[in-house]
Each structure stands twice: as structure tokens, then as C-alpha cells.
Design a protein around this ligand. Structure first.
Ligand code: ADP
Ligand code: MG
Ligand code: MG
Length: 209
């Protein structure tokens, strides 16, 4: 019912915020190699604000998730704020009927579409899209084709995202700040792909509880 879903979303947001705060230095290191060394600060500040904000909210799941997006857009500048925040805002429309395996697939697809639409990055451009795309495809296939439970599907998404993060290492960046480095970006792991993986790992951890 509604209360249980709201509790689950609150728990997920808190877990994500805690993880991103814990990984702040690591994400900053990654971004200092191929960017401007702020991805850790951006993500930890953004999600800490989100966690504070949603604590007071008692709307339905779609409204709570929409607030997550709105808050990220207003708190996090740069490339990642509008990409994460705007896409979460957009995808939250898919949660009108609450959180089910169907609406979760619709949310994931809408989120990916919006990230690609806004950032205009293909797979292989060395961005968050490289972790997100295989994760969303694996999740959708696991649910719609293989008829697996959402938890198993989410575990597959995490595995796919993990491979996506590794896949970014040898790539030459074609989008975002890292692209200014051109060939010098080769050999470094993309920060945004990494934060995407951390978020998915936390969603899985909360779903497993
Ligand atoms: P900024 O680069 O503005 O400092 P962040 O450091 O917070 O913003 O985020 C950097 C991350 O944003 C990159 O590691 C990459 O994953 C992601 N990113 C940058 N540009 C794009 C884009 N056009 N499409 C998708 N993701 C992008
Ligand atoms: Mg940066
Ligand atoms: Mg920046």
C-alpha cells in the first residue's frame, strides 16, 4: 500500500545519499583526473539536500521522486545536475500508479531516454550513458522477456552497470568536460558512470531488505 511504498522510497533515498557522501572523495578523484574535481561534491551535496527535503514529504511515490529531481536540478549545477535531476523529474511521471515492476521499467526507460535526449551522448562517449544503457536494457529484458522478479532484474542491472563502468576506462571521451582532454582521457574511469553504478547498488541493497 501507499505507506509501505513511501517508506521504501525514503529508505532508498537515504541509502543513496549516505553512499554518495561516503564516496565523495573517490568520485572527486575520478573527476579530478578528467574533469574539474567536483563530481563528488555535486552528488553528495545534491543527495544530502534531497534526503532532507523528502523527509517532510508525504505525497505519493511519483510526487516524492519528482521532488528528488527538482531538488537535484536546483542544487547541483554543471552537467550532472540537469542530467540526473531533469531526467528523474521527467521519468517520475511514470510512477503515477505507484511502484510496480511495470512502472519501474517505464521509469527506467523514460529516465534513460531523457538522459540521452538532454546530453546527446551515445554509448561509447565515456559518460553515465555507458553504465545506464546496459543497466536499463538488462532490467527491461529481465522483467519483460525473462519474466524474472524485480529484485533479480535489479541485480542484473547492477551487473550490467558495473561492466559499463569498466567499459568507460579505455574510451576517449566525446561529451562533457572530459572530452576537452581528448586522448588524454583514455585510461580513466568516468565519474558519472560510477555514480550511476553506486546509486543502482544502493537501490538493490534497499530492495533486498
Ligand atoms: P561537470 O562536468 O559540469 O563538472 P559533474 O562533474 O558533476 O559535472 O559530472 C560529470 C559527469 O557528467 C561525467 O562524468 C559524465 O558521466 C556526465 N556527463 C557529462 N556530459 C554528459 C553528456 N553530454 N551526456 C551524458 N552524461 C554526461
Ligand atoms: Mg565535474
Ligand atoms: Mg563542474
Amino acid at each position: 500500500d501507499d505507506d509501505i511504498q513511501r517508506e521504501a522510497v525514503h529508505a532508498a533515498i537515504e541509502a543513496v545519499a549516505d553512499r554518495l557522501v561516503a564516496e565523495k572523495a573517490y568520485l572527486t578523484d575520478l573527476d579530478s583526473a578528467i574533469g574539474d574535481a567536483d563530481h563528488g561534491a555535486n552528488m553528495s551535496r545534491g543527495f544530502t539536500k534531497v534526503a532532507d527535503k523528502v523527509e517532510e514529504l508525504d505525497g505519493d511515490v511519483g510526487e516524492i521522486v519528482k521532488t528528488v529531481g527538482v531538488t537535484l536540478v536546483s542544487e547541483v549545477g554543471g552537467a550532472s545536475g540537469p542530467l540526473y535531476g531533469g531526467s528523474i523529474m521527467h521519468a517520475s511521471q511514470e510512477l503515477g500508479d505507484g511502484l510496480t515492476s511495470e512502472t519501474s521499467v517505464a521509469f527506467a526507460e523514460a529516465y534513460l531516454d531523457k538522459v540521452q535526449d538532454r546530453g546527446n551522448a551515445e554509448v561509447g562517449a565515456k559518460t553515465m550513458v555507458d553504465a545506464l544503457t546496459p543497466a536499463v536494457h538488462s532490467y527491461k529484458k529481465a522483467i519483460e522477456v525473462d519474466d524474472l522478479p524485480p529484485l533479480t532484474a535489479l541485480a542484473k542491472a547492477v551487473d550490467a552497470a558495473e561492466r559499463g563502468v569498466q567499459f568507460t576506462v579505455p574510451l576517449r571521451a566525446r561529451k562533457g568536460r572530459a572530452s576537452y582532454l581528448d586522448w588524454r582521457s583514455v585510461g580513466h574511469q568516468d565519474p558519472g558512470a560510477t555514480s550511476t553504478l553506486f546509486i543502482l547498488e544502493e537501490l538493490l541493497a534497499v530492495a533486498e531488505e
